[in-house]
Write a protein that binds this ligand. Structure first.
Ligand SMILES: Cc1cc2nc3c(=O)[nH]c(=O)nc-3n(C[C@H](O)[C@H](O)[C@H](O)COP(=O)(O)OP(=O)(O)OC[C@H]3O[C@@H](n4cnc5c(N)ncnc54)[C@H](O)[C@@H]3O)c2cc1C
Ligand code: FES
Length: 339
């Protein structure tokens, strides 16, 4: 391709290109061209997209990204989600078929059409694109926000069948640069770029097991999409679907609003909200959401397909419980960590 850099993957015969004026990352370009480049967060936090530069030059977009240690950097490693090539390159990375995208990501202009407040700090932002919103329930997209360095990852809360609709349930992080722009500056009618879909923690309707979804705090967004898709999928008609939803206090829960909008969720799935801070008058479950889930399921953990989403302390506790203590096979666990 003219005006593009060629990236050869050492020892594989695979090659992809990155347009030299498109401000694309190595990871984005590889996935857009259908390569199985390993990654998880696409946000510089996890280190899963680490590769080695064998020859050529790359520019780092976020040199301080926590996903790359100083030692790895010294050894010539870089993060593909935080690098743009500035010349033709040869790189070393182990491509894996699991990462070949079912929907290749694209970057498109999207218009903010609605803002729905759910709690004191959770809001659903609804965007429209002229193109269909092709993604799998549980996936995320990168939002390029005006004046914010680096893109921010947010998981879709809606169903991919909604034409060009991309909804995201987002928590306002105090002093967070991206969320401050979203919550205080962006207005309906404004346009931003959305780049997606990304992520592997999506609904697997072909699995023969009952489904357990566990979402904590802002981890609600992809779980809502997965539950809404699962209750409609004819392949899952005989399957039990349970959704554990954790928050700190009753004020942090917005399940009533979500169920009012999609009553099929409550008809078909069992929804168990829990709060972690003891609160007078609360009649429901209390405790950390992984503890509540453990108590309720009690036995037979290996018979479920698990979808879990939330901040790293919660997903780490769940991973320890399910993988190490309950010996659930890793392929039945689908984690979406918010680094
Ligand atoms: C896969 C994934 C899905 C997520 N889904 C959701 C969701 O559905 N709802 C939700 O509320 N939150 C979600 N998050 C968290 C979200 O991406 C943000 O981290 C969070 O909103 C805080 O952003 P902020 O800009 O307000 O805070 P800040 O503290 O300003 O920024 C925090 C994050 O921005 C990124 N970042 C910071 N500086 C740079 C830079 N220079 N270049 C590139 N990146 C940078 C890093 O990822 C960092 O963790 C998700 C995170 C991931 C990884
Ligand atoms: S995918 Fe690049 S650091 Fe997580």
């Amino acid at each position: 391709m003219e005006n593009s850099f060629s990236i050869k993957v050492d020892g594989t015969g695979e090659e992809f290109s990155v347009a030299n004026n498109a401000a694309d990352t190595l990871l984005g370009a590889a996935l857009r061209q259908g390569l199985g480049f390993p990654y998880e967060c696409n946000s510089g936090g996890c280190g899963s997209c680490m590769f080695e530069v064998v020859s050529g030059e790359v520019k780092e977009l976020w040199p301080e990204a926590p996903g790359l240690s100083a030692k790895a950097r010294e050894r010539g490693r870089r993060l593909a989600c935080q690098c743009e090539p500035t010349s033709d390159c040869v790189i070393k990375v182990r491509l894996k078929s699991d990462y070949v995208p079912l929907h290749r990501p694209t970057r498109v202009a999207a218009t903010l059409v609605e803002v729905r407040k759910l709690t004191h700090d959770l809001t659903e932002f609804c965007f429209k694109t002229p193109e269909p919103a092709a993604f799998l329930p549980g996936q995320f997209a990168l939002l390029h926000l005006p004046g914010v360095e680096g893109a921010r990852a947010y998981s879709m809360s809606n169903l991919p069948t909604d034409g060009g609709t991309w909804n995201f349930i987002i928590r306002h992080v105090p002093k967070g640069r991206g969320t401050t722009v979203l919550f205080t500056q962006l207005k309906t009618g404004d346009q931003i770029d959305i780049d997606g879909p990304y992520g592997l923690a999506y609904l697997r309707p072909e699995s023969p097991r009952d489904i357990v979804c566990i979402g904590g705090g802002s981890g609600l967004s992809p779980m809502v999409s997965i539950v809404r898709a699962a209750v409609r999928d004819p392949r899952l008609a005989g399957r039990k679907i349970t959704f554990f939803y954790g928050a700190r206090t009753p004020n942090d829960l917005c399940i009533k609003e979500l169920l009012a909008r999609d009553p099929l969720m409550a008809e078909r799935a069992t929804i168990i909200p829990a709060i972690s801070t003891p609160t007078e008058g609360w009649q429901g479950e209390q405790g950390f959401i992984h503890e509540v889930m453990q108590q309720k399921l009690a036995t037979g953990f290996e018979n479920y397909e698990f979808y879990c989403c939330g901040p790293p302390p919660m997903t780490e506790a769940l991973q320890k419980l399910l993988l190490l203590d309950k010996r659930v096979p890793a392929q039945q666990l689908h984690f979406d960590r918010f680094y």
